[in-house]
Design a binder for this molecule. Structure first.
Ligand SMILES: Nc1ncnc2c1ncn2[C@@H]1O[C@H](COP(=O)(O)OP(=O)(O)OP(=O)(O)O)[C@@H](O)[C@H]1O
Ligand SMILES: C=C(C)CCOP(=O)(O)O
Length: 279
């Protein structure tokens, strides 16, 4: 099973308000349509929040339940997110990819931002039907915080216990995880993240330079590190050319930053997991 997250920085104008880049969505849809025989039943798609997921909570004070939000606005994150998921589903359908959108607050409950209970069985049915499951972040209900904003970067971890994930690819608006020189001008790509260097690489990551409330590159890398210690390969790479998707999914050493797992997925059992990062 492969999971690809296409960043909101690619599929929307991230500094706007609910401003989709329909042409980019269509290009990804058409590429996946061409490869559908190979991908159907093996691929889960996640779309980033972009100017939906990161702008709506600011407009309606829903970034955090401690803010003065209004009850009549509680629905707005989910309504707008599902508008975005529906648009993606519609474009994929027009291009010949059968999709099914999942609304995240309907199947996940968190406690202090961490997923506590979630129901993945319907996703397995969608995959068995050779339909592409499509996910996004959302406002989700939280036992200790009332609600929280759940990033699309954290969706892949919901599948790891139930499915044998091979690789999770995150396509975004930079080449991968970059290291900046001291005056912040020169930057070089970090090609590989391992059990040995992940602490140092994490120090290079930070928030997004665009409108973003979920932690930018840092949250992305942390999510992929937790997956690495469950035996899942991770890739962070540029998706400004949608043609980069297939090599990112299938090449042994894809462009961008490769996060090499430090347990063997094939033999992985709970007790085997060598957790040095966070699970
Ligand atoms: N070390 C780093 N290397 C590369 N980018 C970094 C680094 N640290 C922070 N960033 C920022 O992280 C951004 C990518 O994260 P961001 O969450 O904005 O992307 P996305 O996943 O495409 O969007 P969305 O979260 O809306 O889906 C980059 O554009 C950059 O501004
Ligand atoms: C999508 C929501 C609700 C939050 C933001 O999501 P992300 O930009 O995909 O991390």
């Amino acid at each position: 099973m492969y999971v690809v997250k296409i960043g909101g920085s690619l599929l929307t104008n991230k500094d706007g308000y609910c401003a989709p880049n329909r042409e980019m969505v269509r290009q990804y849809a058409s590429l996946i349509a061409k490869e559908w025989d190979r991908l159907s039943g093996n691929l889960i798609l996640i779309v980033g929040g972009g100017s939906y997921g990161n702008a709506v909570p600011i407009r309606y004070n829903l970034k955090d339940a401690s803010l003065p939000w209004r009850e009549q606005d509680l629905s707005m994150m989910t309504v707008k997110m599902f508008e975005w998921l529906s648009l993606v589903t519609e474009i994929f359908r027009e291009e010949g990819v059968p999709c099914y959108p999942f609304q995240t607050s309907g199947y996940v409950i968190t406690d202090d931002k961490h997923p506590l209970r979630y129901f993945i069985e319907p996703v397995q049915h969608v995959l068995e039907t050779n339909v592409l499951p499509v996910f996004s972040g959302d406002l989700v209900f939280d036992l200790s915080r009332k609600f929280t904003i759940f990033s699309s970067d954290n969706i892949p971890e919901l599948f790891v216990e139930r499915m044998r994930l091979t690789r999770v690819v995150m396509m975004t608006d930079v080449e991968g995880v970059m290291r900046f020189d001291q005056d912040g001008h020169e930057r070089t790509l970090i090609p590989t993240v391992t059990k040995e260097n992940f602490r140092e690489v994490l120090l290079c990551t930070g928030p997004s330079r665009k409108q973003d409330i979920t932690g930018g590159m840092k949250n992305k890398l942390e999510a992929l590190l937790r997956l690495a210690e469950r035996g899942v390969e991770g890739v962070i790479t540029s998706g400004s050319d949608p043609e980069a998707l297939l090599p990112a999914l299938f090449d042994e050493r894809p462009a961008g930053t490769f996060i090499r797992p430090w347990v063997n997925n094939m033999r992985r059992q709970k007790a085997d997991v060598d957790c040095v990062f966070g699970m």
